[in-house]
Design a binder for this molecule. Structure first.
Ligand code: IMP
Length: 430
């Protein structure tokens, strides 16, 4: 059975890009199924660092076809910009290597403005979105008022007309928030060039994948964001507007569940979050600063898309256990273990105490989550530099113990651990 689904098991930014890059070496197709350019995947290959927002990480492997699924929301202008910049970095990206679903939804300039307007209106209660128009685009989709990538295959005049009607329709909302209206014709025009550029890439992805799977091709489904940002299973309303969890891979690509063989959860060895919403293990001060890094390196904890410093804390096993359950994880990959080197003591949040009761899974309301006091288990740290380790027995005993304990607490095997940003800085455990 040829599908592997790769999921973020926390609040996004778990290192999924490099995990997909690793899996892609034995895949034929890498397919993204949710979100848009709110995502930011960074992959380092030698001296070159690739920053991907929309294009799947499979593009870094010449023999892999990258797919953008119907579950995504795509800003065509930003996608063209990204393709061109990857081309400048030497990547060959033609329609035989990148396939865009004809059923994905388009992010219009109105969506981007509305995202900003809604965040402004929420004031202190704001979600902290990436301001890429993600929420408003999904809202139009479920409201059956969206424009799809397949519409770019229509007569260009018809496409332009649809865009300007959609932009004009949102101007009243913008004015209500005191924001300037958009010029519908100018907004549509900026998209026409992008539509011309992207037209050859647009296909029916579900049929494409079905035929590929029937002929034995191996597919990696690349998750964006993370389980705790899922519209249904995350800490609502501080979530994104799509389904980054395992179920989303099936609907977001139009493939059946019987093809799925593995579901891999990617989790950082500690916790990070960007944007608003509760984060029970959040720390402030010296430990958080050490986990975050200074921002001098691309792997430091600052958003790839927004540049915002990420909130940092000890590993929240309660969330991880929940992610294992929601996604039916068959295994976990633990990333950034090297960042934990040098601490005398490490902590794992194994449960929460809320109003005098122990919780092994996160409660449903944010009000309860805000009151959650983590119950920590303390583990010894290690001093050694582990960035050169490539096998489990090369890791110091305390690091092996940390990996073993996390796996026990989530009841999911950990099969790989990353110890640095480079492709080969990986410890695989079988
Ligand atoms: P949106 O997806 O831009 O609407 O943002 C909604 C929430 O999801 C905000 O808290 C964002 O910071 C968060 N978010 C969206 N995409 C990512 C991501 O790729 N990594 C981490 N957080 C994200």
């Amino acid at each position: 059975m040829p599908i592997t689904i790769l999921i973020g098991a926390q609040w996004g930014d778990e290192g999924k890009g490099r995990a997909v890059d690793w899996l892609a070496s034995s895949a034929d197709i890498v397919a993204r199924y949710a979100g848009g350019d709110n995502a930011g995947h960074t992959v380092a290959l030698g001296s070159e660092v690739y920053k991907l927002h929309l294009v799947p990480s499979g593009i870094l492997h010449e023999n892999v076809v990258s797919i953008m699924g119907n579950g995504m929301v795509i800003n065509p202008v930003n996608l063209v910009r990204e393709i061109q910049s990857l081309r400048e970095q030497g990547l060959d990206i033609g329609p035989e290597r990148l396939v865009i679903s004809s059923r994905a939804h388009i992010i219009t300039p109105a969506h981007v403005e509305l995202d900003r307007a809604r965040e402004l209106a929420l004031g202190d209660e704001k979600i902290g979105t990436t301001l890429r128009g993600i929420g408003p685009a999904y809202l139009d989709k479920t409201n059956r008022a969206g424009i799809r990538t397949g519409d770019m295959l229509l007569d260009i005049e018809v496409f332009a007309e649809r865009l300007s009607v959609a932009v004009a329709a949102t101007n009243a909302d913008l004015q209500q928030q005191g924001l300037a209206s958009l010029d519908p014709t100018a907004a549509a025009e900026s998209y026409l060039e992008a539509a011309d550029y992207l037209r050859p890439y647009i296909k029916d992805v579900s049929i494409y994948l079905h035929e590929a799977l029937k002929s034995g091709k191996r597919v990696v489904c690349e998750g964006a964001q993370g389980t705790m940002l899922d519209i249904d299973h995350g800490s609502y309303p501080f979530v994104t507007s799509s389904s980054p969890t395992a179920g989303g891979a099936l609907t977001g690509l139009g493939v059946g569940p019987l093809f799925v063989e593995r579901v891999i959860g990617v989790a950082k060895a500690f916790s990070t979050r960007v944007g608003g919403g509760p984060m029970p293990t959040e720390l402030n001060g010296e430990i958080a600063d050490r986990l975050r890094g200074t921002g001098a390196n691309f792997w430091d904890e600052y958003g790839t898309t927004t540049g915002r410093p990420r909130r940092c804390g000890w590993l929240d096993v309660v969330m991880l256990r929940y992610a294992a359950s929601v996604n039916g994880l068959s295994e976990l990959m633990l990333t950034k273990m090297d960042i934990l080197s040098g601490f005398d003591e490490l902590k794992l949040a194994v449960a929460y105490q809320i109003d005098g009761r122990r919780h092994d899974y996160p409660p449903v309301t944010n009000e309860q989550l805000e009151r959650a006091v983590p119950i920590y288990e303390s583990l010894p740290g290690w001093r050694d530099d582990i960035t050169g380790c490539r096998a489990l027995d090369e890791l110091p005993g305390a690091a092996r113990n940390y990996v073993k304990r996390v796996a026990e607490l989530c009841d999911v095997p950990i099969r790989s651990v990353s110890v640095g940003p480079e492709r080969e800085q990986l410890v695989t455990i079988f």
